[in-house]
Ligand binder design. Structure first.
Ligand code: ADP
Ligand code: ADP
Length: 228
């Protein structure tokens, strides 16, 4: 999985709202692009369009030389961590994280699954919750379980939509570094959305600032100016 994820001229309207107003950007292999902007700026819509869960009115999504526009979400091999988590309620935290690895075409040998999952639960400090059902977790614990399920995969692109927003400040600060380290070892492009500008500067190889569906700035963290 070593290709550029390229978004070209994406436009998406919901009624009177232009959620995406001509978004063009690319994310290289192994790169983390952090997208930051206020609530309602279009971050989730951008992720959903890349994942194929939303059809843009205009524009296209390519992975390498391959257009993804007519590829169904389940066939894009994009890992998407949902803001709503979408954990399987009847599966333990460990089995939730194992589920994408066990799916056909997962690509990782079965005997490695358990070790990958347990190591990732450890990274996110939820190893002790591996046997719990999602219903018995706090909001922040659920968020980390959903994050684990996204991080164990070897997708063509990884989309993390506000992945640590429900953790307390201390854990957020600690884990953003650990997760970033993990993402740096991968070959696939990653998009990490956050309303927190400083989080974006700290996790992104490059940072995009989005407002009202438009990319206002994109560049290296040191070249980004955040509104005070
Ligand atoms: P963010 O993730 O940055 O908070 P969103 O992508 O969720 O932003 O939303 C962008 C804009 O599109 C907002 O104005 C939001 O209200 C609107 N929007 C998003 N999804 C829908 C939808 N399904 N129907 C109507 N409006 C929507
Ligand atoms: P750390 O992750 O090391 O604790 P911070 O999260 O406090 O650092 O800040 C991340 C980076 O963002 C720092 O390099 C800081 O200098 C820079 N920074 C802080 N405020 C702004 C701003 N308004 N515009 C651009 N960069 C900023």
């Amino acid at each position: 999985a070593r290709s550029v994820l390229a978004l070209t001229g994406l436009r998406k309207r919901f009624g009177a709202t232009l959620a995406l107003d001509g978004v063009t950007l690319s994310v290289g292999p192994g790169e983390v692009l952090a997208i930051t902007g206020p609530s309602g700026a279009g971050k989730t819509t951008l992720c959903r369009v890349v994942a194929g869960l939303e059809t843009p009115d205009e524009g296209s999504v390519r992975y390498g030389s391959e257009p993804m526009d007519d590829v169904a979400p389940g066939r894009r091999r994009v890992a998407f961590m949902f803001e709503s988590y979408a954990l399987y309620p009847h599966l333990s935290v460990r089995d939730n994280a194992l589920s994408p690895l066990r799916a056909p075409g997962g690509g990782i040998p079965r005997e490695r699954h358990r070790a990958i999952v347990d190591e990732t639960l450890g990274l996110l400090e939820i190893a002790h919750l591996a046997d719990r059902l999602p219903g018995a977790l706090s909001g922040g614990q659920k968020q980390r379980a959903a994050l684990a399920r996204a991080l164990v995969q070897q997708p063509r692109a990884l989309l993390l939509d506000e992945p640590i927003s429900h953790l307390d400040a201390k854990l957020r600060h600690k884990l953003r570094g650990a997760i970033r380290q993990r993402l740096m070892t991968r070959e696939s492009p990653s998009i990490w959305s956050t309303p927190d500008g400083l989080e974006a500067l700290s996790v992104g190889d490059r940072v995009a600032v989005i407002d009202r569906g438009r990319i206002e700035q994109i560049g290296a963290p040191e070249d980004i100016w955040l509104r005070p």
